[in-house]
Design a protein around this ligand. Structure first.
Ligand SMILES: Cc1cc2nc3c(=O)[nH]c(=O)nc-3n(C[C@H](O)[C@H](O)[C@H](O)COP(=O)(O)OP(=O)(O)OC[C@H]3O[C@@H](n4cnc5c(N)ncnc54)[C@H](O)[C@@H]3O)c2cc1C
Length: 301
């Protein structure tokens, strides 16, 4: 584990003033971990377009962090998507995460590509690459995207994204590292050479995570459900938070032992869990004050 880890942290845009305060506190919190970049998600059909732009603008103004904006193709024409990309480029954004996105009706409902829009993440990646220099990340699914008919189709899509200019793939969150390992093997065998960066989600709320995992095809191993049995994020936030940190630290350590030195963290707009994970897993130096401080869960959503 001698190599320095390269970290990125994902946020979602704020809905109102209160959540904006929380978002910026979290951004400033992870800035101390010296990430390679942070990213801000983009809602289906442009539903968060202005809020994503506001968050990106604010992070660029208030920190020296490199910021990537996510872009999706759902319910938007090519011209609309191109316009938003151009707007971000005018703001100085050079990093993008190119995604198809989920239908506005939600994860799990059938996706219909807009007739005059981009069909998938690979198409969008090519379109963004054509607009100028920069750095494009794309998605990858260690347990296969639920809509992929089979592994070959799933990996072929990742290869297409690479061929269209993707610099790296950031994965969906997962809890069984063997899925990730097998996925990387499949991708490498198919000629994918770009970094495949594991997506790590410290479990801020087990009930919510389990429900979302079901919809997006992430398995919840039996042992994980067992660990959170009787531990509720709302009624017992401190115990829940320290369990979440312990489990994510173990996952990060295993990934590092297996040679994965780039990690993408889903922050859920709170810095406490990811900071504790990064420090306890030795990804960043532990500050003397943080070393003995338990996570309180006080920032729980
Ligand atoms: C790191 C990361 C960040 C994310 N950020 C956001 C975000 O900001 N906003 C948001 O709304 N969602 C986000 N998502 C969720 C994502 O939008 C959903 O998982 C969505 O269902 C798929 O988007 P995608 O770009 O991965 O799809 P794609 O990779 O384009 O497609 C998913 C799968 O569908 C199949 N498929 C698609 N098109 C075709 C085709 N033409 N022919 C054959 N098969 C096809 C392929 O098997 C493919 O693997 C994110 C996901 C990840 C992993």
């Amino acid at each position: 584990m001698g190599t320095k880890a390269r970290l990125s942290f994902e946020f979602f845009p704020a809905k109102n003033e209160a959540t904006e305060v929380k978002l910026m506190q979290a951004v400033h919190g992870v800035a101390a971990l010296s990430p390679d970049f942070v990213s801000v998600t983009y809602g289906a059909g442009g539903t968060t377009r202005d809020r994503t732009a506001d968050a990106v603008r604010r992070i660029m103004a208030e920190t020296s962090l490199a910021v990537a904006t996510h872009m999706t193709c759902v319910d938007a024409s090519r011209a609309e998507v191109d316009g938003v990309v151009a707007q971000f480029r005018t703001m100085g954004v050079r990093r993008f995460v190119a995604l198809r996105g989920d239908p506005v009706a939600g994860v799990g409902s059938a996706y219909v590509a807009p007739r005059d829009g981009y069909a998938n993440g690979a198409d969008l990646c090519a379109a963004i690459a054509a607009t100028g220099d920069g750095d494009i990340s794309v998605s990858a699914y260690p347990e296969k995207h639920p809509e992929s008919p089979d592994w070959d189709a799933d990996i072929a899509m990742l290869k297409r994204k690479q061929d269209h200019g993707a610099a790296r793939a950031l994965t969906q969150f997962f809890f069984d590292c063997d899925f990730f390992e097998r996925y990387v093997e499949r991708a490498r065998a198919a000629g994918v050479v770009i970094p495949i960066v594991p997506g790590v989600l410290p479990i801020h709320n087990f009930r919510q995570v389990a429900s979302f995992a079901k919809r997006c095809g992430t398995s919840i191993p039996g042992w994980l459900g067992g660990r959170f049995d009787g531990v509720d994020a709302d009624t017992d936030p401190a115990v829940h938070a320290s369990l979440a940190v312990e489990i994510a630290v173990r996952q990060v350590e295993l990934l590092r032992q297996r040679g994965h030195d780039e990690l993408h963290f889903y922050t859920m707009n709170r810095a406490d869990l990811v900071t504790a994970v990064c420090r306890q897993a030795g990804l960043v130096a532990a500050s003397p004050s943080a070393r003995h401080q338990p996570v309180t869960g006080a920032e729980a959503a």
